[in-house]
Design a protein around this ligand. Structure first.
Ligand SMILES: [Zn+2]
Ligand SMILES: [Zn+2]
Ligand SMILES: [Zn+2]
Length: 253
């Protein structure tokens, strides 16, 4: 199975508009981060995780021919607002979108025309399927287990795919949910900045405490802001097997 990071930035993206810090003006392409999203491909089934405002540019770059399902983590703008650009992937058949109830309501309010009985020709042909915590489902040949994590006070969805898990926008995970990550070999997890705490996102230091409990072989941080620091510099400070992801990075699981 292959995972491609389409975007690894927080909600503002990096560079942040108007900022002249060393990260926002860096010439290292790894310091430019579109909004967080990833593609999983096992050679048969292609799954998109989240679909934010940069989706069109991300998918053109990735040169993807098909998407079998979209898995959404939560209702925020930076994770769902690219849904209208899924149209080329829904012309042949309906695209299932897996989402919790809150996220489904947000999609219906952002894109009501996709749910009209009589639709305008060419609108995205999508169908929302409810995600229930801890109830696995299959997309083609890939088994998916949704897990619940907290984004501030809001419960959101993380996904486990066998030895791989993808967690974004988390600030807290209950011990019972953490147990369900045991055996994960490749863990993708959000880390907003290095050490200054945030209400709704964990930091690198907080993420490393989770890594200590799960002990995956490889860890990739995503959903980073410019205050994380220069990619080249921070990457060197991380323990073995722990990396900052970057846009376009592909990993084998
Ligand atoms: Zn986000
Ligand atoms: Zn900056
Ligand atoms: Zn969010």
């Amino acid at each position: 199975m292959k995972l491609r990071f389409l975007g690894t930035g927080t909600s503002t993206g990096v560079p942040e508009i108007g900022c002249k810090c060393e990260v926002c003006t860096s010439s290292d392409p790894r310091d430019s981060r579109l909004r967080s999203s990833a593609l999983i491909d096992d050679g048969n089934t292609v799954i998109l995780i989240d679909c934010g405002p940069d989706f069109r540019m991300q998918i053109l770059k990735a040169d993807v021919k098909k998407i079998d399902a979209l898995l959404l983590t939560h209702k925020h703008y930076d994770h769902i607002v690219g849904i209208d650009d899924l149209r080329p992937f829904t012309s042949a058949k309906e695209l299932p979108i897996y989402a919790d109830r809150e996220t489904e309501m947000q999609i219906r309010s952002f894109f009501p025309y996709c749910f009209y009985k009589v639709k305008y020709p060419g609108v995205a042909n999508i169908a929302v399927r409810s995600v229930v915590n801890n109830t696995p489902f299959k997309v083609g040949t890939i088994e998916v287990t949704p897990l619940r994590v907290f984004h501030g006070m809001m419960p959101i969805t993380a996904y486990r795919f066998g030895k791989l898990a993808y967690i974004t926008d988390m600030s807290y995970i209950e011990p019972s949910e953490l147990d369900k990550l045991q055996g994960v070999e490749v863990l993708v997890m959000n880390a907003l900045r290095f050490s200054k705490p945030h209400m709704t996102h964990q930091t690198v230091l907080e993420a490393l405490a989770i890594v200590d409990k799960i002990k995956p072989r490889e860890v990739y941080f995503t959903h980073m802001m410019h205050h994380i620091g220069l990619h080249a510099k921070i990457e060197k400070c991380l323990p073995p097997g722990v990396h900052l992801a970057y846009d376009g990075l592909e990993i084998e699981i």
